[in-house]
Design a protein around this ligand. Sequence first.
Ligand code: GAR
Length: 195
Amino acid sequence: TKRVAIFVSGGGSNMRALVADMVGDHAARPVVVVSNNAGAGGIAWAEAQGIATEVVDHRPYGEDRAAFEAALDAALARHAPDIICLAGFMRVLTAGFVSPWAGRMLNIHPSLLPQYRGLHTHRRAIEAGDATHGCTVHLVTPELDDGPVLGQATVPILPEDTADTLSARVLEQEHRLYPAVLRRFAAGNTQRLDL
Ligand code: GAR
């Protein structure tokens, strides 16, 4: 069985979708939820489920990303994961942390990459007048929101959409796409999945 670490910074709705799917014949199980934010809703939920949690607050490290990442590494090592799933983890990870996990770290991003890397993706897609938007699960490489695409889901942008209504429509698809991609990935299938 593959051991999965899930990294969250906020509410963790994607984490919940991943955990809910990792049952039965799934090739993986969640072993730890990691956050940079002790107040993350995802941490409270994981604790209530009896899943191990690790909080590594980034703030005491200031600009020293290497020291923050060393602390993350030490926390992770206690759980010996095989796969890391970033699920709304809002700290940029440097090559020093990412490179050893090449091919074993996934991320979900709320846009159809390579469009709209970074933040405020929904607003940017609306402002650009795009007809469609969506989400991407990809393997993490040291470049931000880059790396081989494992799957995408597309939604329409409607004339009356705001960033909030569009983000809710995309999030629904995130909750379908990420579990579907992880299920295949954990079983050794890295073929691209489009929903
Ligand atoms: C999700 O929309 C995810 O795609 C996005 O943050 C949200 C987290 O929601 N991730 C990023 O923007 C990564 N840069 P959740 O905590 O409810 O899963």
